[in-house]
Design a protein around this ligand. Structure first.
Ligand code: GLN
Length: 501
């Protein structure tokens, strides 16, 4: 089990350990958990060892080291990594090795972090359990019969299993926060535009955002410092100064801060007792820390999931049209498929049949479902009824947040309706799977930052999370309040007793 990022960095900086020792320990932890947990789609053994060697050589030569020099991190397989496979856990990209790094990866590397490997995910980040991966499912280190959540399930499990102190996930509708909650780690979804999306294989471009996952808020702050900031290569990245995220951790005094509790969410039917208890316990903690508690309701929250499940598939159907076997991705042979019963299949020319066969064989069924829904909702005659309508509701949802933040500095509520569910439980029930996103998609639709914090365990020992949300560009506020919570609670220090290194 690797230590927290902050303690590894301290040990590296004081010379108590070498970067090679840290990386070897990470590799040993990956080796001992990979067959049971399957958090990784690729382990970058050679390049990680070479990078560690370089850090140690530089140190011996007396060079000033960059802030994260020697720190192992894992990267979700939807972010491009130079010379390292980037599959999106899809057969479509099984053989794709990008010739460049995503900006967030490049920035972490420039800060000295060492990429240990790529982590498993739901195919093209569509899902909430990592079960739609074409690379096999990932198990929850707290209980291997349960899912780690998704879509960044591998990234959360990689930290929870003790193989790396930090991982990078992406969050389009909850994919950092939900797996963080299921695996008992801290996960931050930044403001839309805070971190560059350059090199992030697009699922839903107006919602996608990369962010860090680690044991503690302090570790997440360390990663954010390296990742955040304007990037001219991403036209939606925001040119806004990056504050000193660690500086805000110095105080844990919440006097003068108003926390709006989303009571409507917590009181909803189907929310488990353990989740309700975690939120009400957190409310007490915040009150003791000096915060004023107010009640907030976000009027259009019942429309979050339906709105998301129109907009996200529409964008996905457009983004994924590039994977046709010619421009990008897996190519199947031309000609009619043996199992084809599609009308008109016989008359298809070689190019069209090659496209069709490539997409039929390259994509899994959840991805196909999203493409079909999105294509339908964008088609002539339905565009206004679905897509345009969803955009209007999205505007109202953002309005709710704007109004809420005139009454409260932060919003507190659940991350998910329940703790981790068993593997297979929701696999064949898309609606049940989509309802995992009940409390997370609001932040994506509104573009606001949100953090998931470990906040207890249920009766069977599975982790439970809570969520804080803040106004745009106020990641510092989330880190400040999250750290204050962790300064007086031990939930983030609990470690799995199931399978971990
Ligand atoms: N579970 C959501 C979905 O399936 C969110 C996925 C994500 O954030 N990438 O779309």
């Amino acid at each position: 089990m690797l230590d927290s990022a902050t303690s590894i960095l301290n040990a590296l900086q004081s010379g108590d350990v070498t970067a090679c020792e840290v990386v070897e320990k990470s590799l040993a932890a990956i080796d001992s958990t990979q067959s049971s947990i399957n958090a990784y789609t690729h382990v970058a053994r050679e390049s990680a060892l070479a990078a560690a060697q370089q850090v140690d050589t530089d140190r011996k030569a007396g060079k000033t080291l960059v802030p994260l020099a020697g720190l192992p991190v894992a990267v979700k397989d939807v972010l491009c990594t130079n010379n390292m496979p980037t599959t999106c856990s899809s057969n479509m990209l099984r053989d794709f090795v990008p010739p460049y790094d995503a900006t967030v990866v490049a920035r972490l590397k420039a800060a000295g972090a060492i990429v240990m490997g790529k982590t498993n995910m739901d195919e093209f980040a569509m899902g909430a359990s990592t079960e739609t991966s074409a690379m096999g499912l990932t198990r929850n280190p707290w209980n291997p019969e349960y899912t780690p959540g998704g879509s960044s399930g591998g990234a959360a499990a990689a930290v929870a299993a003790g193989t790396v102190p930090l991982s990078i996930g992406t969050d389009t509708g909850g994919s950092i926060r939900q797996p963080a909650a299921f695996c008992g780690v801290t996960g931050l979804k930044p403001t839309y535009g805070r971190c560059s999306r350059y090199g992030l294989v697009a699922f839903a471009s107006s919602l996608d955002q990369a962010g860090p996952m680690g044991w503690s808020v302090e570790d997440v702050a360390v990663a954010m410092q390296a990742m955040a900031g304007y990037d001219p290569a991403d036209s939606t990245s925001v040119d806004h100064d990056v504050p000193d995220y660690r500086a805000v951790l110095a105080s844990t005094d919440l006097r003068g801060i108003k926390i709006g509790v989303l009571r409507d969410s917590t009181n909803q039917d189907g929310v488990s007792d353990s989740v309700r208890k975690a939120v009400s316990d957190a409310e007490k903690v915040y009150r003791e820390l000096g915060a004023e508690i107010v009640e907030i309701s976000l009027e259009h929250s019942p429309y979050w999931v339906p709105t998301y499940y129109v907009i996200a598939p529409c964008e996905a159907s457009s983004n994924l049209s590039r994977f046709d076997g010619a421009h990008y991705g897996f190519r199947a042979a031309e000609g009619a498929r043996a199992d084809s019963d599609l009308e008109g299949a016989d008359e298809m020319g070689p190019l069209e049949s090659m496209y069709r066969n490539s997409r039929a064989a390259g994509f899994g069924s959840e991805v196909k479902r999203r493409i079909i829904v999105g294509t339908y909702a964008l088609s002539e005659g339905y565009y206004d009824a679905y897509y345009n309508q969803a955009l209007k509701v999205r505007r109202l949802i953002r309005g709710d947040y704007d109004a809420a933040f005139t009454q409260a500095d932060l919003l507190l509520g659940p991350v998910t309706p329940s703790p981790a569910f068993a593997l297979g439980e929701n696999k064949d029930d898309p609606i049940a799977m989509y309802l995992c996103d009940l409390f997370t998609v609001g932040a994506n639709l509104a573009g606001v930052p949100a953090i998931s914090l470990p906040a207890g365990q249920d009766e069977s020992g599975l982790p439970v999370g809570i969520q804080l949300q803040a106004p745009v560009m106020e990641e510092s506020r989330l880190l400040f309040a999250g750290n204050a919570f962790q300064s007086v609670t031990q939930h983030h220090q609990a470690r799995p007793t199931g399978v971990s290194a």
